[in-house]
Design a binder for this molecule. Structure first.
Ligand code: SAM
Length: 284
């Protein structure tokens, strides 16, 4: 890497080589040059004498310093892509994950007729906004307890020219409502405290605990509550979709069946891990 490369590429490589794999370094270098420093990446490869301004040099040092502290690149650029749309992110919201794209894609393909959708624990608004744009004519409402997350989600709604209705609601404190939905979806916090060991620093040190963790002694706390309130929030033949911790798939299926949900399906992600659940509300 070192000899025929532009000094900027050498600096990026040398500063980050102990923290990232070769593949990650390649994609980080491209993002740093093109999205942050506004320098064409290919031209740096082709011409190692390209002049870099003092301002760009300073900016690069600050970016590298942040990356050395394990800050996710998405928080540094302030953006990420999800389902082909660009979402603003900051350290008050979870960075949308590729698994969640699978969930949204599945809903768009299987549930194209639904008209009223609720997303519980919306974070950046990635699920709600992508469903609103992907299912024509749908009304989409999205809740989060975090005002920081809701501010970012509202900004993403505007940015993506979408019409999701965001509400600050604590799902453990929902008041009786007459809003009925055809579909409720949630990717709630699902990592147990004991799983902290072994997690990457860029998640642990930077992403909000409120979006990630559940107590060791009650890992299904969010699923149980959401399934319970969905009994009254869903229409008679409404459906519930969850993204789940791969360790608790079978337990959540049993819980939903015991609560009266029918046709409970457990589905896997790219790595063949249990990751999603679809359940239908029973008809009384
Ligand atoms: C795993 S994140 C999911 C964010 C987003 N839906 C996504 O898929 O990227 C869970 C979200 O649930 C929210 N949350 C946590 N506790 C909540 C509560 N009691 N009521 C409502 N939302 C809550 C968090 O603020 C966070 O935004």
């Amino acid at each position: 890497m070192k000899h025929n490369r532009h000094p900027i590429l050498v600096q990026i490589y040398d500063s980050l080589k102990d923290l990232y794999t070769r593949e990650e370094l390649k994609s980080l270098s491209k993002i740093i040059c093109e999205d942050l420093l506004k320098i064409n990446y290919l031209s740096l490869y082709l011409d190692k004498d390209i002049i870099i301004s003092e301002k760009q040099k300073k900016e690069l040092s600050s970016i590298l310093n942040r990356l050395q502290q394990s800050e996710p690149i998405q928080y540094i650029t302030g953006q990420t892509e999800f389902m082909g749309h660009i979402f603003n992110v900051a350290d008050g919201v979870l960075i949308p994950r590729a698994e969640t794209e699978l969930l949204v894609d599945m809903i768009i393909k299987r549930e194209s007729k639904v008209t009223r959708i609720l997303d519980i624990g919306t974070g950046s608004g990635c699920i709600a906004i992508s469903l609103c744009k992907g299912i024509a004519g749908s009304y989409v409402e999205a809740w989060d307890v975090s005002s920081e997350a809701l501010k970012i989600a509202e900004g993403n709604n505007l940015k993506n020219n979408s019409s999701v209705v965001f509400k600050q609601i604590d799902l453990f404190n929902v008041s009786p409502t007459d809003s009925f939905f055809d579909l409720i979806v949630s990717n709630p916090p699902y990592i147990t405290e004991k799983e902290r060991i072994g997690m990457d620093r860029n998640v642990l040190d930077w992403e909000p605990d409120l979006a990630l963790f559940v107590p060791n002694n009650d890992p299904l706390i969010y699923y149980r509550k959401i399934a319970e309130i969905s009994k009254s929030l869903l229409h008679e033949n409404g459906v519930l979709y969850f993204e789940i911790n791969r360790l608790f798939g079978k337990e959540i299926v049993v819980m939903l069946k015991n609560m009266g949900y029918s046709n409970v399906e457990l589905m896997q992600d790219f790595y063949h891990c249990d990751r999603f659940i679809r359940a239908e509300k029973w008809v009384q």
